[in-house]
Write a protein that binds this ligand. Structure first.
Ligand code: GDP
Ligand code: MG
Length: 240
């Protein structure tokens, strides 16, 4: 059985009442098994459903695992929520995951281990490096949009990664704190900004293939969120 050093798992949540209870129970079981010294942080991003109540209910039975619910109200976007969670972390390594566990939680060691071993400062999950790891694919349109956005990111930032958008990334927190504080992109462009700032700061980043399954019930608003993400990358380019 794998054991991992203590880390902080951050789950951003926007109107996730339908699925977050199940995800939290799965995460708590996993942490008890591999890393009981870890903490679980949920950032409620101004949800208008019962997300908060469900999180509190599951956390009441979390046992030895430290838990924390941060209320980010009103809704600001995934980027702001993830950064708030990572900045509140009290262990040396922070990992964020989407609330639907599209990347199964058992993939965690792939990102935590290289950081714990001192090999890298940031480990990012990738759906592009080994497509055999993709189980349930995204809807056709979103799957097509992936490489297009990746090309935009490469041209705008020079980042050499094949998938900057996977919702599964881990950070060595002592060296990344100043980057979270400097970051400004609150929407889905935040991953690109964090990687860009980290690369500029000379941090060591590794892209690692992870398993991934599309889950119905995406909270992404295809037009609004895509446009905002694109705008955030353009703004990043202009600030640079
Ligand atoms: N869409 C959206 N998701 C948010 C927001 N704030 C936090 N999140 C969380 O960010 C993650 C995005 O995942 P999801 O909607 O499944 O995106 P997808 O799987 O890429 O379509 C989920 O955990 C959301 O709950 C927000 O303002 N909008
Ligand atoms: Mg999803």
């Amino acid at each position: 059985m794998t054991t991992l050093p203590p880390f902080s798992l951050v789950l951003p949540a926007f109107n996730e009442a339908d699925r977050i209870g199940q995800s939290l129970r799965e995460i708590l079981d996993y942490l008890r098994e591999v890393s009981p010294g870890s903490e679980l942080i949920v950032v409620n991003d101004g949800s208008t459903d019962a997300t908060s109540e469900i999180v509190r209910e599951v956390f009441a039975g979390s046992g030895e695992i430290a838990t924390r619910l941060i209320e980010n109200s009103p809704n600001r976007g995934k980027g702001a929520a993830v950064r708030a969670g990572l900045l509140a972390a009290t262990t040396p390594i922070g990992l964020f995951s989407d609330a639907d566990l599209s990347t199964p939680i058992v993939e965690t060691p792939k990102l935590i281990e290289p950081i714990a071993a001192g090999e890298v400062d940031i480990a990012i999950g990738s759906r592009a490096l080994d497509r055999r790891l993709i189980g349930e694919h995204q809807p056709w349109r979103r799957e097509q949009a992936g490489p297009v956005f990746n090309l935009i990111v490469r041209v705008a930032t020079g980042l050499p990664f094949w998938d900057t958008q996977c919702g599964f990334k881990a950070f060595r927190l002592d060296v990344c704190r100043s980057i979270f504080e400097a970051a400004q992109a609150d929407g889905f462009g935040f991953d690109v900004e964090l990687l860009y700032l980290a690369q500029k700061a000379g941090l060591r980043i590794r892209e690692i293939p992870v398993r991934w399954n599309h889950h119905e019930g995406s909270k992404l608003h295809v037009i609004y969120d895509s446009f905002r993400m694109f705008r955030e990358v353009v703004e990043l380019r202009m600030r640079a």
